[in-house]
Design a protein around this ligand. Structure first.
Ligand code: NI
Length: 181
């Protein structure tokens, strides 16, 4: 079942999320939450969704990018879920890229992000994961991890003058992208 996406202004999106406790991983309600997050992300054509974006104060996000209509020109990556993620290291080298957010529908902003990151997290069964991400996938992990720390891409923008309404973004980039309301 899809859930309503919480929008910017709601305090749950500015809170530091709680660590996911190991004891809930085997519960049916936890499997249900993961399913709802995936359905909500896919239903909104998102490439990532943090638990607090559906009002759950938990340190957990899902991500997936396969022929995405809102991000048509980026490399695909498979469905993934991470619990209790920590970004251990950010590459000094950064690149600018356009980002939107399901909690800030109808806008895009140019955001500098590290090209490569090293993370530690847990998989859905609690096993420890250590890996690196690069390119657009690293951008999404940084965006979603920011959500779990109460931050928006707007907080990472160097210059709010690039903040753009989606209508203007589409006109400028000759696209026809729509965000769900
Ligand atoms: Ni977002």
């Amino acid at each position: 079942m899809k859930r309503p996406i919480v929008k910017i202004g709601n305090p749950v999106l500015r809170a530091h999320t709680r660590l996911v406790p190991r004891k809930i991983l085997s519960q049916k309600s936890f499997a249900g939450l993961i399913r709802e997050m995936i359905e909500t992300m896919r239903g909104a054509q998102g490439v990532g969704l943090a638990a607090n974006q559906i009002g759950k104060n938990l340190r957990l996000f899902v991500m997936e990018c396969r022929g995405n209509k809102r991000y048509p020109k980026v490399a695909s990556f498979p469905l993934q879920a991470y619990l209790n993620i920590r970004i251990l290291l950010y590459s000094k080298s950064q690149e600018n890229g356009w980002e939107g957010c399901l909690s800030v529908p109808g806008f895009r902003g140019l955001v500098p992000r590290s090209k490569k990151i090293w993370v530690e997290a847990q998989a859905l069964d609690g096993t420890k994961i250590r890996r690196t991400f690069s390119g657009f996938e690293a951008r999404v992990v940084q965006h979603e991890t920011d959500h779990l720390n109460g931050l928006f891409y707007l907080d990472r923008m160097k210059n709010l003058k690039t903040w753009t309404h989606l209508e203007e973004f589409n006109r400028k980039h000759k696209r026809n992208i729509k965000d769900n309301k």
